[in-house]
Design a protein around this ligand. Structure first.
Ligand code: NAD
Length: 257
């Protein structure tokens, strides 16, 4: 007996992949939605080979038609949309004065338009079902602080936490709960790609980027892990109405409330 259905965007890699695996292991039907379809399909093959329930959909989160079509495929196949994790993301770092407008627009398309389109698609289906649901955004410690070279990312991640709060107000009467999971740095391909880029922009070594930039403001010099995020997602899947609208900080003490 399945516990429910969840669609996770950006689920072919990193945080989204770990969350997709974990939710499938917990007994959820998982839609692995990603612009990288072959990687999404490979993960789904792996999960179904283990007797778990999953399907892959190609979804560019900045494309309204692809987002709606992906959710339609989810409800056709699994009958409902009980939970969504709006997680797809990229990072593009540049010194602010050199930040190309085209890269700013790309960051807004994926992080801002993507969060809007994915949460709205889920909200529509959760409201229509009469059962409600849970909308989880992947925010970041960057939802609370500012960091060099990351103006658009900070702008978008602050915005996602605000979007969750607004939807929590409107969704409450339909039993639609929202949350923003806010990790500090997690070693994923997104972070590994940034290491040489930040080192070059800041004129320091990659080891210094890890120690003096990424982990500097934690209390213990530790990365957050994909398992930390997956554990939090499982917790939030258990009807945490009291936490609706909240940002949950997984930051090793960085940006404590
Ligand atoms: P990742 O690069 O490992 O995975 C990102 C996934 O998103 C990839 O599979 C990629 O194909 C997909 N993607 C990219 N653009 C897309 C689009 N337009 N439509 C659909 N899918 C798309 O990165 P990650 O570190 O796992 O990041 C996942 C989320 O976590 C992002 O929102 C990121 O900002 C956030 N985050 C990451 C960290 C970190 O340190 N890694 C910390 C806090 C928050």
């Amino acid at each position: 007996m399945l516990k429910g259905t969840i669609l996770i965007t950006g689920a072919a890699s990193g945080i989204g992949k770990a969350c997709a695996e974990r939710m499938a292991e917990e007994g959820w039907a998982v839609v692995v939605a990603d612009v990288a379809l072959p990687a999404a399909e490979a993960l789904v093959r792996d999960l179904t080979d283990r007797g778990l329930t999953a399907m892959a959909v190609r979804m560019d989160v900045s494309d309204e038609d692809e987002v709606e079509a992906g959710f339609d495929r989810m409800t056709e196949r699994f009958g409902s949309c009980d939970m969504v994790m709006s997680n797809a993301g990229v990072q593009i770092v540049h010194p602010f004065e050199d930040y190309p407008f085209a890269d700013w627009k790309k960051m807004m398309a994926i992080h801002a338009d993507g969060a809007f389109l994915v949460s709205r698609a889920a909200y529509r289906r959760m409201k229509a079902s009469g059962k409600g649901g849970r909308i989880v955004f992947t925010g970041s410690v960057q939802s609370f602080v500012g960091s060099k070279l990351k103006e658009p990312y900070n702008f978008a991640k602050h915005g996602v936490a605000g979007l969750a709060k607004a939807i929590a107000r409107e969704g409450a009467e339909h039993r639609i709960y929202t949350y923003t999971i806010c990790p500090s740095f997690v070693r994923t391909p997104l972070v590994d790609k940034q290491l040489p880029e930040q080192a070059a922009s800041l004129g320091i070594t990659e080891e210094q980027v890890i120690r003096d930039v990424m982990l500097r403001d934690t209390v213990d010099g530790q990365f957050t892990t994909v398992e930390d995020v997956a554990n939090t997602l499982v917790f939030l899947s258990q009807d945490q109405g009291a936490l609706t609208g909240q940002s949950i900080r997984l930051t090793h003490g960085w940006a404590m409330m």
